[in-house]
Ligand binder design. Structure first.
Ligand SMILES: [Zn+2]
Length: 641
């Protein structure tokens, strides 16, 4: 359960100076000065009192060692969980609050782990002792030892219920030994909770670390408001799982290892937890000893062992704010190392070769008349993105919700998973069988988020929903289909300005959350539907193409053009034009694409024609019948949508 922070504030307010007296009693401050509400600090050695009550925040603060504690901190320091501490506080202050969920298993169909018995833990104490972590901290974190001498980490939820149990050997695990470094309890489920989250004061900055030993190291150093992520730096499902709880914090500090995985975790967390409240700590590369020797550091435990407690505390208090990258800053970066930039791919080789990726932090415009295949191209990119591990947000008013999903189904099914049917007049058509659809749905569950049809088209509402999906679920590709359907809340006469503003907003959005945004736009209707020029003439202002990082246009090859062997693209169905690419400084690059009527896919070779998306775990030996249309003249007609 999540306790409203306002209620906690109210309780402290009600107690007033009583806060000081209760804390003094709990901390057994023998020299507590009841008139001036101060004493010698219990957290460090001193002779003159510098531990003083501050009535403004109902806390005791030490002006010598800088420690600040409120009544909740003091109670938790004495071994209570957060919920137990709040309950104590509410009892004292006479605040009514139901703690009905306390110790209640609230997850349905969840296999809760069994509790390892509390025994002596000689191996654990010995191993952690060598790494600078005391038995006190191990007891505080409820670290135990199993029958084989392994360390046992208990993950409790916010109701103090044991929900996940993790193990690791009580000795160093060599990297290439083949021995597992950590594992979860067999035959129980593994909800990605944060280690130590039930002993965290939600009114104070949360320190989020990469593993249990890092968490223990920060606590050993004296920073109790620390958690660690459950399943390594590469797994961020804890954000979604603990979303409401994380939402209660004003400040979150990320401290991951200084390796590639740690850096990636830090970056992702900053965008998803919110740049405005997330700070970060980069582990220094080395610690300089007094004799000038430089000792390399990689994580918090190194910092503790080599630099000591104060070194760790100093790093925490020096946590950096995330610089807000404005659009101007971004374009001012002169030499962008593109090979280091991440992004999403379309799965169409010549296009990916041309563009590299649709890079995170950029906006791409996709334009083309109805029927030119925009939906296919974008759905292929969506499927690729999801296959590569990133969820996608899709706003699509082009087709009704269900039809949109169906289009996607056909594309990810591919020819191998489609069944041929005939209608009453004998005409062929293809469907994805129900069982296959179910299987695909299962796979794409929580990976593709489609904006609800009945929701408002107000651009602010759409962007708000997109932001939530980016932050909560980690969406990396944002598709807005299309510009004309978005309600820009302006008069017809102000439309150009409003569109320009929207484009700038989308660019900022892409940079702020480090995601790829694709906006689909229609060209203005012109007489000559086969002109390449018209792609540049997106309904509204030409600003759109100029502002975006990249603009791509699609145009069908007409029947007449197909019959004209002198026409460069006569063997193709669609010509894709990269109209503008500010990333690589290119423009007017063209690529010919084929379109498969059955699977609704674009392809440029057999591999793309027969691409197997990740949901399809079948193994195929035989090849599909395939005609290389680059060699023979096409017979197929391009479909009317
Ligand atoms: Zn002190």
């Amino acid at each position: 359960m999540i306790v409203d922070r306002k209620l906690i504030e109210k309780a402290k307010e009600k107690l007033g100076n009583q806060n000081a007296f209760i804390m003094a009693e709990l901390l057994e401050l023998e020299d507590f000065d009841e008139k001036n509400l101060k004493s010698c600090c219990p957290y460090h050695d001193e002779d003159t009192p510098s531990f003083i009550y501050n009535p403004k925040n109902y806390s005791m603060h030490c002006f010598s060692c800088n420690k600040t504690v409120d009544i909740i901190d003091v109670l938790m320091g004495k071994g209570r969980t957060f919920l137990e501490s709040v309950q104590f506080l509410f009892d004292k202050a006479g605040i009514e609050c139901s703690f009905g969920e306390q110790n209640v298993k609230t997850k349905h169909n969840y296999r809760y782990p069994h509790e390892e018995p509390i025994n002596d833990k000689p191996n654990v104490v010995d191993y952690f002792g060598k790494r600078g972590i005391s038995k006190n901290v191990l007891d505080y974190l409820d670290v135990r030892e199993d029958n084989h001498g392994n360390a046992v980490f208990n993950f409790y939820d916010t109701n103090d219920v044991l929900t996940m149990v993790k193990y690791r050997p009580s000795h160093t695990v060599e990297k290439h030994s083949g021995q597992p470094k950590t594992w979860c309890q067999k035959d129980s489920d593994t909800a990605p909770l944060l280690f130590n989250m039930n002993r965290v004061n939600t009114s104070k900055p949360l320190l989020c670390t990469e593993g249990e030993i890092d968490c223990a190291s920060a606590i050993e150093a004296g920073y109790l408001n620390t958690v660690s992520v459950p399943l390594g730096a590469g797994n961020l499902h804890w954000i979604e799982e603990n979303w409401d709880w994380l939402d209660t914090f004003d400040d979150i500090i990320i401290w991951s290892d200084n390796d590639v995985a740690g850096e990636k975790m830090r970056k992702e967390c900053i965008y998803r937890l919110g740049t405005w409240r997330t700070k970060y700590i980069v582990t220094p590369e080395y610690y300089e000893k007094e004799d000038g020797r430089k000792i390399p550091l990689k994580d918090i435990n190194d910092c503790l062992q080599i630099g000591g407690k104060q070194f760790v505390m100093d790093l925490i208090s020096a946590a950096k704010d995330v610089p807000v990258k404005s659009v101007v800053d971004y374009s001012e970066i002169e030499e962008l190392d593109v090979s280091q930039m991440d992004g999403v791919q379309t799965g169409i080789k010549p296009l990916d070769n041309e563009l590299g990726k649709l890079f995170y932090g950029t906006l791409t415009i996709l334009s083309g008349r109805p029927g030119s295949g925009k939906t296919s191209l974008i759905d292929q990119a969506i499927a690729m993105t999801i296959d590569n591990g990133s969820p996608t947000f899709l706003y699509s008013k082009e087709l009704p919700e269900r039809l949109s999903a169906n289009w996607f189904n056909t594309i990810i099914a591919g020819r191998r998973n489609m069944v041929e049917k005939h209608n009453s007049s004998g005409k062929k058509y293809y469907v994805v069988p129900y069982d296959t659809q179910k299987k695909m749905q299962q796979y794409y569950n929580k990976k593709l988020f489609i904006y609800k049809d009945e929701e408002s088209n107000d651009f602010e509402a759409v962007l708000k929903s997109a932001e939530e999906c980016v932050r909560k679920f980690g969406c990396k590709l944002i598709v807005l289909d299309n510009l004309m359907m978005l309600d820009l809340k302006c008069n017809e006469s102000d439309k150009n300005t409003a569109q320009t503003n929207l484009i700038n907003l989308l660019i900022k959005f892409a940079v702020k959350f480090n995601v790829t945004v694709v906006l689909i736009a229609h060209p203005r209707k012109t007489q000559d539907s086969n002109s390449d020029i018209e792609m540049y003439d997106i309904a509204g202002s030409s600003n759109i193409i100029n502002l975006a990082m990249r603009s791509i246009g699609l145009r069908r090859v007409s029947k007449k053009e197909k019959e004209d062997p002198k026409y460069k693209w006569h063997k193709y169905d669609v010509v894709l034009t990269v109209m503008k690419d500010r990333m690589f400084g290119k423009s007017d690059v063209q690529i010919g694409l084929w379109y498969d009527l059955v699977s609704r896919r674009f392809y440029t070779d057999y591999a793309e024609y027969d691409k197997q998306f990740a949901w399809d775990d079948n193994y195929y030996i035989d090849k599909l019948e395939y005609v290389d249309r680059g060699r023979v003249d096409p017979e197929d007609e391009f479909p009317d949508k």
